[in-house]
Design a protein around this ligand. Structure first.
Ligand SMILES: [Zn+2]
Length: 324
């Protein structure tokens, strides 16, 4: 049937087959490598990806992947349509570029890259807050709110250790090993999802309530080399900051990061600096100021950020003076 053959050829011309898409990715990896070589940066030769590591495929929407009217996905090379559980609608009026289909812990995900038209975000007016991130409580705000460290993470870590032990007991290449490996991956993914969910809600509630947020510029990598490594990673400070920053940008909320040095040693009332050890949970100052340690630090962080911005930003001076 010549007509059908023609149609098939046309379809092939429009959308490269799976192997060509893989080649496109390889080409991308190598051109990035050569660009880095030229720029005299750390070049980093593309890593070999074993079949077992290859868990995602990149498509272009309209070329390889189509979103059907029924909101199902059509993928070239796969007959029929694929039902999708949309976690939210694509925003109206956006240009959809690439789609990445990936497999993670036994589930498949489709991730779309969209171009949103430039919209001007109005700077919001409202109250400001300082946030101290810590190990004893996840965050403490200068308004006296605290958010406790997630209590279930200890249990989750224990289960992870148990599964890892079980995995290491399994015979290599055995069916059981594959099964335990799947269970472990699923557990790790579930823990990460849970943590992300809570941090999203936390950052959302802060961005909704405040117009100015001051944070410490903590180096997670450096702190994680200390004896508190596990607790530091568990607190996920980097993720909190990331979530806060992008949500703030979209909502017209300003986020300011300040130098973390001395924030927990300074008195928010009089500005005096007195050394504290980690076990001092309360801030006692000669001026008579007695506060929770984290609350005091959060207040100092806010003062630092506001004093750096200067009065012309219309934030108003903090309620207490800051010693220079
Ligand atoms: Zn004081």
């Amino acid at each position: 049937m010549p007509q059908q053959a023609r149609r098939r050829r046309r379809r092939r011309g429009r959308s490269p087959g799976p192997s060509r898409r893989v080649l496109r990715r390889l080409d991308k990896a190598f051109s990035a490598f050569f660009r880095r070589l030229k720029a005299k940066g750390k070049a980093g030769f593309p890593r070999f990806r074993a079949k077992s590591l290859f868990d995602s495929a990149e498509f272009r929407v309209g070329d390889g992947v189509t979103i059907r009217k029924s909101k199902r996905l059509g993928i070239t090379g796969i007959p029929g349509e694929i039902k999708v559980n949309w976690h939210r609608d694509l925003p109206a009026g956006v240009k959809v570029g690439a789609a990445i289909l990936s497999r993670s812990a036994g589930s498949w995900f489709a991730c779309f890259q969209v171009t949103v038209p430039d919209g001007k975000v109005q700077q919001r007016d409202g109250t400001s807050v300082g946030i101290d991130v810590g190990l004893s409580s996840l965050i403490a705000t200068s308004d006296g709110e605290t958010f406790e460290t997630l209590p279930w993470t200890k249990r989750a870590a224990k289960k992870q250790r148990r599964l890892q032990r079980a995995l290491s007991r399994c015979k290599r290449n055995s069916k059981r090993r594959a099964k335990v490996r799947r269970n472990l991956a699923r557990h790790i993914a579930a823990t990460a999802n849970r943590r992300r969910d809570i941090l999203h809600k936390l950052s959302r509630s802060l961005v909704d309530r405040y117009a100015f947020i001051a944070l410490e510029d903590l180096s997670v990598d450096r702190l994680a080399r200390s004896m508190f490594a596990k607790a530091v990673y568990n607190a996920a400070w980097g993720q909190i900051r990331l979530f806060l920053e992008y949500k703030a940008t979209n909502a017209g909320v300003r986020v300011e990061v300040v130098d973390p040095r001395g924030t927990s040693q300074t008195c928010p009332e009089c500005g005096a600096v007195a050394a504290k050890t980690l076990s001092d949970r309360t801030h006692h100052c000669e001026c008579g100021c007695v506060l929770d340690r984290n609350l005091a630090a959060a207040k100092v962080i806010l003062q630092k950020a506001v004093s750096r911005m200067g009065p012309e930003h219309g934030l108003g001076a903090p309620s207490v003076p800051v010693a220079a």
